[in-house]
Design a protein around this ligand. Structure first.
Ligand code: CP
Ligand code: NVA
Length: 306
């Protein structure tokens, strides 16, 4: 049976831990200039409906380094753009490639793609989740904090796709998750419900605040993302007003633990959700996070295609 990675909850807790361990091995190997070859003879399609720097390049480089061949396909260049159905596209691509990595504007379309594909489908960002980002984030946190369980991660900003995947993973792994967002920008009800159930089962804390200072108190990690995600450009003015007071700056960070790390999935809109001072400051680990996409995704590919 092929396996997909659509939401982070598609992985069991022990699989997440195994991916992180494997990712560390890939990282060490790469630093020693040793490459793996698990994808030799394998072709992977990257179907992207939205722009990308990190996800695209880290997947393409990673697949290449594992001996495989990536094929980047902008959805505009596929017959999808002329009305071919998702189901027919999935069935066709499955005859050529060993895996489909997709960045989509509609989460149900990704589910449809996975349903009709006979090869694994990996979510490279949908409006609902960004599981590959979460795996790289956990890897980064583990590297800096030497553990995961018992930590407190504080999300400041929009309860969006990146937040959803991270919140679910924290619930699964015994990490306390505290979120600060303006009223009306909480994560979607069904995701929040699922996270609460998982958090209760594991004993992880899960708090929603509307005051960022309260939320960051005692945090080991402070994380933010853009206030205006891709596809929401029409809401830009409204959002920038609503998110006033939710910027991560040095003052806000001073309410967290002294050894707090600052994280951002990137791309950042400097001056909006985060200041230059924080982005470029000593607490920021954002480029380690970006690098870790490469190692974490190699581990995902090895698991799904191995
Ligand atoms: N963090 C992230 O997914 O970045 P890209 O949009 O550049 O891929
Ligand atoms: N929340 C952002 C993440 C970009 C990587 C977006 O969806 O645009």
């Amino acid at each position: 049976m092929k396996r997909d990675l659509i939401g982070i909850e598609d992985l069991r807790e022990e699989e997440i831990r195994a991916i992180l361990e494997r990712a560390m091995v890939y990282k060490r190997m790469r630093n020693e200039n040793r490459m793996s070859s698990e994808l030799r003879g394998k072709t992977v399609a990257l179907v992207f409906e939205k722009p990308s720097t990190r996800t695209r390049v880290s997947f393409e480089a990673g697949i290449h380094e594992m001996g495989g061949r990536p094929i980047f396909l902008s959805s505009q260049e596929l017959q999808l753009s002329r009305g071919e159905t998702i189901a027919d596209t999935a069935r066709t691509l499955s005859r050529y490639v060993h895996c489909i990595i997709a960045r989509v504007s509609s989460h149900p379309n990704l589910v449809e793609l996975a349903k009709y594909s006979s090869v694994p489908v990996i979510n490279a960002l949908s409006p609902l989740q960004h599981p590959c980002q979460t795996l790289a984030d956990l890897l980064t946190i583990q590297e800096y904090k030497r553990k995961l369980e018992g930590l407190k991660i504080c999300w400041v900003g929009d309860g969006n796709n990146v937040c959803n995947s991270l919140m679910l993973a924290c619930a699964m792994l015994g990490i306390h998750f505290s979120l600060a967002c303006p009223k009306g920008y909480e994560p979607r009800e069904e995701i929040l419900g699922e996270a609460k159930t998982k958090a209760e089962a594991k004993g992880s804390g899960l708090e929603i605040h509307h005051d960022p200072r309260l939320a960051v108190e005692g945090a080991d990690v402070v994380y933010t993302d853009v206030f205006v995600s891709m596809g929401m450009e029409g809401e830009r003015e409204r959002r920038l007003l609503d998110f006033k007071g939710f910027q991560v700056n040095s003052e806000l960070l001073s309410h967290a633990k002294g050894d707090v790390i600052f994280m951002h999935c990137l791309p950042a809109h400097r001056g909006e959700e985060v200041t230059d001072e924080v982005m470029d400051g000593p607490r920021s680990v954002v480029f380690d996070q970006a690098e870790n996409r490469l190692h974490a995704q190699k581990a995902v590919l090895a698991m799904l295609l191995g």
